[in-house]
Design a binder for this molecule. Structure first.
Ligand code: FMN
Ligand code: SF4
Ligand code: SF4
Length: 265
């Protein structure tokens, strides 16, 4: 079955899952959502996978936009895989609802536990905990591949936390918080240790950073992905005072250049 994999990833977790899945699907093309947002067209494919992180119990705004736009031909096998730090939220249900409004069925929804990257709340997990998660991710990807290769089931397999807990957190945090996300970059600032290397601007998947006099300036159309903060080699980027002294996280198998590649058009 001709398959395409789309992904969004700030620190490499979702990109890793996307690549591992693609390797088991006849090396399906792995396409960054940020790169194709102007006209996403998957009509040449019979199976479409969309891989992205859970944000605030929901999904990145850019992924929601993609789901509202992507051209998919009738009868296509569509599946989503979320990566999350443990609280899976309603991202899969939300994806199903968005697609359903367009007459597209989300056939399967999976969730992979990965190290959390939300630096304002916590620093990088310990390396031992990360290693265990990475090992588990490889197993989980094989389970997903096996499920994909089984005959399509009548009911959608949605891997989410208990319904009521999810609904409550989603309504409290994502539903009302999502509108604030583009302007949330007013909380970012660069410390004096910034050496003007410009990597933060390169890794930003939506070009929300401009370098001015060798310092980053945030442009108010942020996804709040934490990519700039996590990849800064000097650890100079902070979010308010919430990230001072917190250990940064990047998936060790993914490079800054690979993350930067997803924003280049
Ligand atoms: C803005 C933001 C919100 C997040 N919200 C959640 C959440 O609600 N639940 C959760 O388990 N992890 C949450 N995370 C953690 C990410 O979902 C997780 O680390 C993900 O695997 C990161 O994927 P990436 O490396 O592909 O960017 C959040 C991260 C960010 C940046
Ligand atoms: S990545 Fe860090 S050091 Fe480089 S320009 Fe950005 S803030 Fe400065
Ligand atoms: S400015 Fe930083 S947090 Fe905002 S989208 Fe770009 S990389 Fe992500």
């Amino acid at each position: 079955m001709k398959t395409i994999i789309y992904y969004f990833s700030a620190t490499g977790n979702s990109l890793t899952v996307a690549r591992d899945l693609a390797a088991g699907l006849d090396n399906a093309p792995v396409i960054p959502i940020a790169k194709v947002l102007s006209n996403p067209d998957a009509t040449a494919y019979e199976r479409v996978g969309i891989i992205f992180p859970v944000y605030m119990f929901g999904m990145p705004l850019l992924v929601a936009e993609f789901l509202r736009m992507v051209k998919i031909k009738p009868g296509t096998y569509v599946f989503c895989v979320t990566t999350s730090g443990g609280l899976k939220g309603r991202a899969l249900s939300l994806a199903r609802e968005i697609l359903k409004k367009r007459g597209i069925e989300l056939v399967n929804g999976f969730s992979v536990l990965m190290p959390g990257n939300y630096a304002p709340l916590y620093g990088a997990f310990s390396s031992g905990r990360q290693e265990k998660m990475f090992a588990r991710e490889k197993i989980k990807v094989q389970e997903i591949l096996a499920a994909l290769n089984r005959k399509k089931s009548a009911c959608c397999l949605m891997e989410e936390a208990p319904f009521l807990l999810n609904l409550l957190l989603y309504k409290l945090i994502y539903k009302y918080g999502a509108a604030q996300i583009p302007l949330s970059d007013k909380g970012f600032w660069a410390q004096g240790t910034c050496d003007g290397c410009g990597l933060c601007a390169k890794v930003c998947p939506v070009r929300n950073i401009r370098m001015e006099q060798e310092r980053p300036v945030w442009l108010k159309h942020c996804q709040h992905c934490m990519g700039c903060l996590q990849w800064c080699p000097q650890e100079a980027i902070q979010y308010k005072n919430l990230t001072l002294g917190k250990k940064r996280y990047r998936h060790p198998g993914i490079s800054a250049a690979e993350i930067a590649g997803q924003g280049e058009v």
